[in-house]
Ligand binder design. Structure first.
Ligand code: SAH
Ligand code: SF4
Length: 359
């Protein structure tokens, strides 16, 4: 029999399972904490759970975590990139970025993947070039955060505080697993990470944005825009032909009106393609009246892709134009560029030995 993974169960699912075994609810709480908070990989580790319960669960469920196949540390800024192995031999990449916070505890942000590869094929993105293999299961999404926490705890460091769903794949095309994972990550008996410390980035899957607005989750929604008009966006992001800017912006207005929360627009700056001041003007026009801010991301080199990062002067001029026209904009510094851990560089295919960057 093909066993399911116990980390795919949310609180209600596990409770039902334990109740079905004739056990009291506090056992569900204990097991949930071992599985979703401590992230154990072996049933014997659940020391306060009777062996009979562990044995019964082991007949039905897997418990193994993801295996760390490779771990690269950036010499520039300490960013860590993990190559994680999945049960079927596929791999994903997960990135840990550490920031010093002004006051209080340090911020540790994990960049989480939601798919193996991505079906959307944006022209500037390493993951997109790689094509789509499959959606990640809930345990594979959660397993990334737990693997990083275990690595941190081995070094005596505090656990992850923030998450960005900006790794490999399109989160809103793996919607149900995304939502279930978010609820488990947020659960007090799980990692108890506040939804306010979680960003979900989408390339603009309109029905997904509308659905997410109804979930009552105070997340940060990030929308990858990258172009201020349909003509250019069609060329950079094929998904724009399915959901053009008018529909995307409508969905963004809907998000703001339903959640009362602002939207972060991501805009990769590509030299000579989308970085002139006329385009800054179009962008400011497009976002006028919307509760939004813009993250400008200097393009991160992807092997032989035909793009370049604009000069600092040009980046600053673009940002200044937006600011002067009522749009809050920051330039996001790239992290871990020496280990190809920056945004859009994740490809997780060391195992496959492919190199297909001819465009
Ligand atoms: N699929 C989702 C989330 C993953 S991509 C999305 O597209 O939003 C996360 C972010 O990295 C997106 O804003 C994406 O556009 C950006 N990105 C992709 N390739 C990049 C590159 N080469 N340089 C800089 N940012 C890149
Ligand atoms: Fe997919 Fe996002 Fe990369 Fe586009 S940028 S190919 S949507 S992962």
């Amino acid at each position: 029999m093909n066993k399911g993974h116990i980390r795919n169960l949310d609180w209600a699912g596990l409770e039902t399972e334990i109740r079905g075994m004739g056990q009291p609810p506090f056992r569900a709480k204990q097991v949930f904490q071992w599985v979703q908070q401590k992230g154990v990989s072996h049933w014997e580790e659940m020391t306060n759970v009777p062996k009979t319960i562990r044995d019964q669960l082991a007949v039905k469920y897997e418990l193994a975590g993801l295996s760390v196949l490779k771990r690269d540390v950036s010499k520039l800024d300490g960013t860590v990139k993990y190559l994680l192995g999945l049960k079927d031999g596929e791999t994903v990449e997960t990135v840990l970025m550490a920031y010093e916070e002004q006051e209080g505890r340090d911020r540790k942000t994990v960049c989480v993947s939601t798919q193996v590869g991505c079906p959307l094929g944006c022209s500037f993105c390493a993951t997109g070039k790689w094509g789509f293999i499959r959606n990640l299961e809930v345990n594979e999404i959660l397993g990334q955060v737990l693997a990083v926490n275990q690595d941190l705890s081995r070094k005596g460091e505090a656990p992850v505080t923030n998450l960005v769903f900006m790794g490999m794949g399109e989160p809103l095309l793996n919607y149900d697993h995304l939502i279930k994972s978010l609820r488990i990550l947020n659960h007090p008996d799980g990692l108890n990470i506040s939804l306010r410390r979680i960003s979900v980035s989408t390339s603009g899957i309109v029905p997904g944005i509308r659905r997410l607005a109804q979930e009552g989750m105070p997340l940060v929604l990030a929308v990858s825009l990258h172009a201020p008009n349909n003509e250019l966006r069609d060329r950079l992001m094929p998904i724009n032909r399915r959901y053009p800017l008018e529909e995307l912006l409508d969905a963004c207005y809907y998000w703001v009106s339903e959640t009362n929360r602002r939207i972060t627009f991501e805009y990769i700056l590509l030299a000579g393609i989308n970085d002139n001041l006329q385009q800054a003007r179009e962008l400011a026009e497009l976002l006028k009246g919307l509760l939004a801010n813009v993250n400008l991301i200097p393009y991160n080199g992807v092997a032989e892709a035909p793009f370049r990062q604009p000069s600092r002067n040009r980046i600053t001029a673009f940002r200044r134009y937006l600011e002067e026209h009522g749009v809050t904009a920051v330039v996001r510094e790239e992290r871990g560029s020496d280990i190809a851990a920056a945004c859009g560089q994740l490809r997780g295919q060391e195992m496959r030995g492919k190199d297909d960057y001819q465009i």
